[in-house]
Structure formats: C-alpha cells, structure tokens
Design a protein around this ligand. Structure first.
Ligand code: S6P
Ligand code: ZN
Length: 187
C-alpha cells in the first residue's frame, strides 16, 4: 500500500502531509506570559503569536521521537518581543535539539536553579537543550522566527512551573536593541 508522504520544506520550515498536527497560540490565551499584562489586554486577543507544526508518527511512547517546527511571529507586547510560553519537559531528563531555519531571535535556557542564558538563533544555528532545562524562543527580528526541533516523544511538557515562576530573564527592546534584563521570581 502506498503511504501518503510527509513533506518538510527546509527553506520555509513548513511541514505538511501525513501525521502532521498543527497548533497555535494567540495573545488572548497567553495571560501571565508577558510582563505588561495591561498592554496585552489592550491588543487583539486573536493575534497569533506562534504556531507549531509537529510530526507525530508514534504517539507519546518511550523510545519514540517527535519532529516539529515552531513559527514565532514578529511583534511585541509593550517592549517585550513575542515569544513562546516556554516549558521544562515533564520527564526532566529528556533533552531536545533546536535549529534555526529563518529569522532572528534568542533561545532562553534556564536550569532548575534559575540560572538563565540566551543563545542567538539564526538560520543554521544549532542548539542542544540538555535535560532539566526550561526553554523558550524569542523573536527579536522583523520576520517570522522559524526553528526546527526534535525531542523524545515521552518527554511531555511542564508549563505550570514556568507559569508560576517565570524565567529569570526577559528579552526586551531597549533603544531599538534586543536586551536581556533580569526578572525576579514572584514571591
Ligand atoms: C517541544 C518543543 C517545541 C515547543 C514549541 C512551542 O518540546 O520544545 O515544539 O513546544 O516551540 O513552545 P511551548 O513552550 O509553547 O511548548
Ligand atoms: Zn521542549
């Protein structure tokens, strides 16, 4: 039997065909993610912030892999660039690879002691995200930031720790330049 093919357009970072699942996040569902909640509430709640296209051919089994592409749109909430929610993996020891496809931005990486660093993301950049490390993509450019990813299919997502505690750094526009600023944990 001939199977439908899955196509990964490596220039556009577009994934189509069999077993591709798409999901997106709009501003209205990103409460508590950006520093300036008031500014976010004044913006269009239907404005898309990012979209993920994921190839799921095995389900969340041990030993499996997922392949995905994240498209973070250009934009800002106040002076803070559009970004993903960010997460730890539910299975903390699961690692992940990211690679830059198009656009410009940062990958924020934070360990469990809240030590945070940023890696520049650009076409061709490669990023190893070790286990026990929260990760978030930030689009500091004027076009879509498109980033490929591959991770263990049983890794899962822990969003609640980040929702409660946030990252210890934010990326904001200061005088037209992306700048990392410290963000203290809520009490
Ligand atoms: C999954 C991987 C990415 C993110 C995507 C959206 O482990 O890291 O596919 O899911 O970048 O980010 P988030 O934080 O909303 O899942
Ligand atoms: Zn991940």
């Amino acid at each position: 039997m001939l199977q439908e093919t899955t196509i990964f357009d490596s220039l556009l970072g577009k994934l189509t065909g069999e077993n591709v699942v798409r999901s997106s996040r709009v501003l209205g569902e990103l409460s508590g993610v950006f520093l300036n909640e008031e500014e976010r509430s004044l913006m269009d709640p239907e404005q898309m912030v990012y979209e993920v296209q994921m190839h799921d051919s095995c389900g969340e089994v041990e030993g499996g892999l997922f392949f995905g592409v994240s498209h973070v749109l250009p934009g800002k909430v106040g002076n803070e660039y559009f970004m993903t929610k960010g997460h730890y993996h539910q299975k903390r020891n699961c690692a992940e690879y990211y690679w830059g496809i198009s656009g410009d931005g940062f990958l924020l990486l934070m360990d469990e002691s809240r030590e945070c660093r940023a890696e520049k993301v650009f076409p061709g950049s490669l990023h190893f995200i070790a286990g026990h490390t929260a990760h978030r993509l930030v689009n500091t450019g004027e076009t879509r930031l498109v980033v490929g990813a591959c991770w263990p299919s049983d890794a899962g997502h822990d969003y609640s720790t980040i929702q409660k505690e946030g990252f210890s750094m934010r990326v904001v526009d200061q005088d037209g330049k992306p700048t990392l600023v410290p963000q203290f944990a809520p009490k």
